[in-house]
Design a binder for this molecule. Structure first.
Ligand code: 2P0
Length: 325
């Protein structure tokens, strides 16, 4: 009745922001991501008949509130499918900053879905694990798979929507240099941020209408390994998403001066002939996509940027897997 899984975070080139169905947690727009090694979460689940409720330890701290509620909800779904009622102890470790816009919920819920299903003796099934993870956190559906992954927009009542791997990680040997600008947690979580955008931003409908167009360009850029094409569309998807959030009432601003400084660095790298493109999620970090040959120049420039604390260089990663604890 126990299992351990590990999963890697993913960064979206074409962004998900907003839900078509809040109860089923279905995304309103299609997204396309790359799963990233070494942004790793390891999660252990043990169903234990002596427990009177589900327990969560996240990075050695007892989980509560919304985080615990999401974990319990996922475990409820597993118990329903497996046909038993035993509670579980969940221990999860993120090997990178938690809840600061580095997609820790993606790797966390992907690892949890894989581990919980295995601990409940359900068959290994990536599509089912992806749909399960999606209900907790839509980006987590993508981290169940490695390489380049698509999560389609959800149609009404599509409870089984799961992500789809579209190109293996060997398809394109890209690098993503993450400029870490804070070790702290963000103020507005993604779920709240996108819901607030959906309900109050006058730009929300325009975002939903345009997101599939960015997605198609990113998809074509990835398919043809054209960094300029994918990168330009990725930056437009990024800024459109942030514009939607900024225009909410009150506005949500995920950028800090360090975010802008790092973005300026990326623009000046481009002026100097380095093909590098940036993306920012629901937090202040800047993730820079570049060719493997340009990693040293990108790294050097980012580390000299005001407010960049450190960098993490990531490569295309594999999907979530069961491991020995
Ligand atoms: C993405 N983000 O596509 C976008 C871009 C952040 C910005 O998916 O409410 O944690 O749990 O489904 O998946 C982060 O939001 O949100 C995210 P929920 P999630 O990567």
């Amino acid at each position: 009745m126990k299992a351990t899984a590990e999963a890697f975070a993913n960064i979206a080139l074409a962004k998900y922001w907003g839900k078509s169905d809040v109860a089923l947690n279905l995304p309103a727009v299609p997204s396309l991501s790359l799963t990233l090694d070494p942004l790793r979460t390891q999660t252990r689940v043990e169903f234990d008949a002596s427990l009177t409720h589900d327990e969560l330890l996240l990075n050695d701290t007892r989980g509560a509130g919304r985080t615990l509620a999401r974990v319990v909800h996922l475990l409820e779904n597993v118990r329903k499918e497996a046909g038993f009622g035993t509670f579980a102890r969940v221990e999860s470790h993120n090997h990178f900053p938690t809840a600061s816009g580095l997609a820790s919920s993606a790797s966390g819920f992907a690892a949890l879905a894989i581990a919980a299903r295995a601990a409940a003796s359900l068959p290994f099934d990536r599509n089912k694990a992806s749909a399960l993870a999606r209900q907790a956190s839509a980006s987590a559906a993508r981290s169940v798979f490695g390489g380049f992954v698509v999560l389609a927009a959800g149609q009404h009542d599509e409870a089984t929507l799961c992500a789809q791997p579209i190109f293996e990680r060997t398809h394109w040997d890209l690098r993503v240099v993450v400029a870490v600008t804070t070790e702290g947690e963000k103020e507005t979580g993604s779920t709240l941020g996108m819901e607030h955008s959906r309900t109050t931003s006058p730009y929300y409908e325009a975002w939903v209408a345009n997101a599939p167009l960015y997605f198609e360009r990113v998809l074509e850029g990835v398919r043809t390994r054209d960094l300029e094409l994918a990168g330009e569309a990725m930056e437009e998807s990024t800024f459109a998403m942030h514009a939607c959030a900024l225009a909410a009432s009150p506005g949500i601003l995920y950028f800090t001066p360090s975010t802008l400084a790092a973005y300026e660095t990326v623009k000046s790298l481009r002026k100097n002939g380095v093909c590098a493109y940036a993306t920012m999620d629901a937090g202040p970090h800047v993730k820079v996509f570049c060719d493997a040959n340009d990693v040293d120049r990108v790294n050097h420039a980012l580390l000299q940027t005001s407010g960049v604390l450190r960098t993490i260089t990531a490569s295309p990663g594999r999907g979530a897997e069961l491991i020995q604890p």
